[in-house]
Ligand binder design. Structure first.
Ligand SMILES: NC(=O)c1ccc[n+]([C@@H]2O[C@H](COP(=O)([O-])OP(=O)(O)OC[C@H]3O[C@@H](n4cnc5c(N)ncnc54)[C@H](OP(=O)(O)O)[C@@H]3O)[C@@H](O)[C@H]2O)c1
Length: 446
C-alpha cells in the first residue's frame, strides 16, 4: 500500500519513523507492506533528522492527491481550510483513501468530507485527531458500537491538564505556570487554541458526531478555557472535595445536544479527577456496557503517529468503516440545546467588602432567582476589607445563575465579577436519566 504524506512536522515525521522502525510488526499484521512513496512540506531543505531521499518530493502537497505512486494520502499539515482541505477533497475525488490528524478541519467540514468519502467508497480515517494515542474513535465505532451512547466527556487537551495539575500541585497562578509550560514545550508560543478551549472543542465536536450519529456541529459548542481559573479557586475546590479540570462534555437532552467545553469541578473520587499532567481521558456511557474510561497521551509524536498508522493498517486490511460510525447519509442534524439550559450545581466565588448585611443581600438575590444554596464559605474576617465568599448551589440552570451574577453586579459590596464554575456530578447516570434519554432519542431520531 503506497502512502503519500503531506506535512513533515511532528506528526508526519513520527509516521515516517514508525513505519520504518516497526516495519516487521506491521508486516506481520497487514496483508501487504505499507510503504511511503511520496512526501511534501513547505521547505525541502529543512533538516528533519530522517532520510527522505528515497521518496518522491512534491513542492505542492495537493499534487499527492493524484500522484501515480500514491494509494493513500496522509494529511498532517493542519488548518481548518486552505491546502489541507484542498488536498483531502482532491484525494477523495481522485479515488485515494485519506488519513488525517486534522481536528480543526473535521470540526468544520467533517460531515461533508465523510459524505464525499463514503459516496466514493473510500476511507476518511482520523483516529489521531481526537485524544492522540487513545483509540477512542475505534472504540466507539467498533467495540462500543452496539450501545446507545448516552454521554461522552473527557479531558481533551493535555496542555490545559498539565497547567491545571501544576497549579494544584504548586499553588502557582495560571500565567506563571503557562510560561513554564511554554518553556518546557508543553504549550505553544501562542497558547490560545489550547488554553481558550478551541482545541478541546474541535475534538468534542467530532466525538459528538460519532457518539450520537449526528452531524458535526462545532458552532453549537459553548466554549471557554482556563485563563480565569485562579489558585484560590483550586484551593476552594480542594476544600469542597473537587478538582478543577477543563472538560469537553456532550449530552443528548430534551432540548437538543448540549456540548460544552469549560473548566469545571469534578468530584475528587471520580476517575477523571485523577488523570493528571499531559494525559487525556475520554469517558463514555453506553446503555448496555455502562461507563468506559480510556486514558492515554493526547498528543506528541509517538502517540499521534501510532494513531495515524493504525488507521493505515485498517485500510491495508480492507477495514473501511463510515467515518462517523453511522453512514454519513444517515447522520442527523440535531439542534444545539439553548444557551443557559444546562442544569446542575454551580460554584460561585465573590470578592466582597466584609461588612454587615452583605451575605443577606447575596442570599436575597439568590432567593429571588430561586437558586438554592448548598454551601457557603467565608473563612477570614477582615471588617471593611476584601474577603472571598464561596457559594455552591443545588441543581439550578445556567440561565438562573447568570441572572444571579448580573444582579450581583449592582451590589456595591461585590467588588469584581463573580467566578462561576459548574460542578459536574459525573456519575449521575441513573436509570431515570436513561428513561429520559429514551424519550429524547425518539424525538431526535424519529
Ligand atoms: N503535534 C501533535 O501532537 C498533534 C496531535 C494530534 C493532532 N495533530 C494534528 O496533526 C496536524 C499536524 O500537526 P504537527 O504538530 O505535525 O504540525 P507541524 O509540526 O507544525 O507540521 C506541519 C507540517 O506541515 C507542513 N506545511 C505547512 N503548511 C504547508 C503548506 N502550505 N504546504 C506544504 N506543507 C505545509 C510544514 O512544512 P515545513 O516543515 O516545511 O514548515 C510541516 O512539515 C495538525 O492538524 C494537528 O492539529 C497534531
Amino acid at each position: 500500500m503506497r502512502v503519500g504524506i503531506a506535512g513533515l512536522g511532528t506528526v508526519g515525521i513520527g509516521v515516517v519513523r514508525l513505519l520504518e522502525e516497526n516495519r516487521d510488526i506491521l508486516r506481520q499484521h497487514c496483508p501487504w507492506p505499507i510503504e511511503v512513496t511520496a512526501v511534501s512540506a513547505r521547505d525541502r531543505r529543512k533538516n528533519r533528522a530522517v532520510d527522505l531521499s528515497k521518496y518522491d518530493w512534491c513542492d505542492d502537497p495537493v499534487a499527492l492527491a493524484d500522484h501515480p505512486k500514491v494509494d493513500v494520502v496522509v494529511e498532517v499539515i493542519g488548518g481548518s481550510g486552505g491546502v489541507a482541505k484542498a488536498l483531502i477533497e482532491k484525494a477523495i475525488a481522485s479515488g485515494r483513501h485519506v488519513v488525517t490528524a486534522n481536528k480543526a478541519l473535521l470540526a468544520e467540514h467533517g460531515t461533508a468530507l465523510a459524505r464525499s468519502a463514503e459516496q466514493a467508497g473510500l476511507a476518511l480515517a482520523y483516529e489521531a485527531a481526537v485524544a492522540g494515542g487513545i483509540p477512542i474513535i475505534k472504540a466507539m465505532r467498533e467495540g462500543l458500537a452496539a450501545n446507545r451512547i448516552e454521554q461522552v466527556y473527557g479531558i481533551l487537551n493535555g496542555t490545559c491538564n498539565y497547567i491545571l495539575t501544576q497549579m494544584r500541585e504548586t499553588g502557582r497562578e495560571f500565567a506563571d505556570v503557562l510560561q513554564e509550560a511554554q518553556h518546557l514545550g508543553y504549550a505553544e508560543a501562542d497558547p490560545s487554541f489550547d488554553v481558550d478551549g478551541i482545541d478541546a472543542a474541535h475534538k468534542l465536536s467530532i466525538l459528538t458526531g460519532v457518539a450520537f450519529g449526528c452531524e458535526v456541529d462545532f458552532a453549537g459548542i459553548r466554549i471557554s478555557g482556563i485563563r480565569n481559573v485562579s489558585a484560590m479557586d483550586i484551593e476552594y475546590a480542594n476544600e469542597l472535595g473537587y478538582r478543577i479540570k477543563l472538560l469537553g462534555l456532550s449530552r443528548l437532552t430534551e432540548r437538543g445536544i448540549e456540548q460544552r467545553v469549560h473548566a469545571c469541578m469534578v468530584p475528587q473520587n471520580a476517575l477523571i479527577a485523577k488523570v493528571d499532567g499531559v494525559y487525556n481521558a475520554v469517558v463514555t456511557h453506553g446503555n448496555f456496557v455502562g461507563q468506559n474510561v480510556s486514558i492515554g497521551r493526547g498528543a506528541g509524536q509517538g502517540p499521534t503517529a501510532s494513531a495515524v498508522v493504525s488507521d493505515l493498517m485498517d485500510i491495508a486490511r480492507g477495514r473501511i468503516l463510515p467515518a462517523f460510525s453511522a453512514p454519513a447519509a444517515t447522520l442527523r442534524k440535531i439542534p444545539a440545546a439553548p444557551e443557559g439550559s444546562h442544569v446542575g450545581p454551580f460554584y460561585l466565588r465573590l470578592m466582597v467588602v466584609d461588612r454587615p448585611g452583605v451575605i443577606a443581600e447575596i442570599a436575597a438575590i439568590m432567593r429571588d432567582e430561586h437558586v438554592s444554596m448548598e454551601t457557603m464559605i467565608q473563612r477570614a474576617r477582615a471588617p471593611g476589607d476584601r474577603v472571598p465568599v464561596v457559594l455552591t448551589t443545588h441543581e439550578t440552570s445556567q440561565a438562573q445563575v447568570s441572572r444571579v451574577v448580573n444582579k450581583l453586579g449592582s451590589v456595591s459590596a461585590v467588588l469584581e465579577p463573580p467566578h462561576v464554575m459548574s460542578i459536574e456530578q459525573l456519575s449521575r447516570d441513573s436509570r431515570k436519566r436513561r428513561r429520559w434519554i429514551g424519550t429524547w432519542r425518539s424525538k431526535w431520531c424519529a
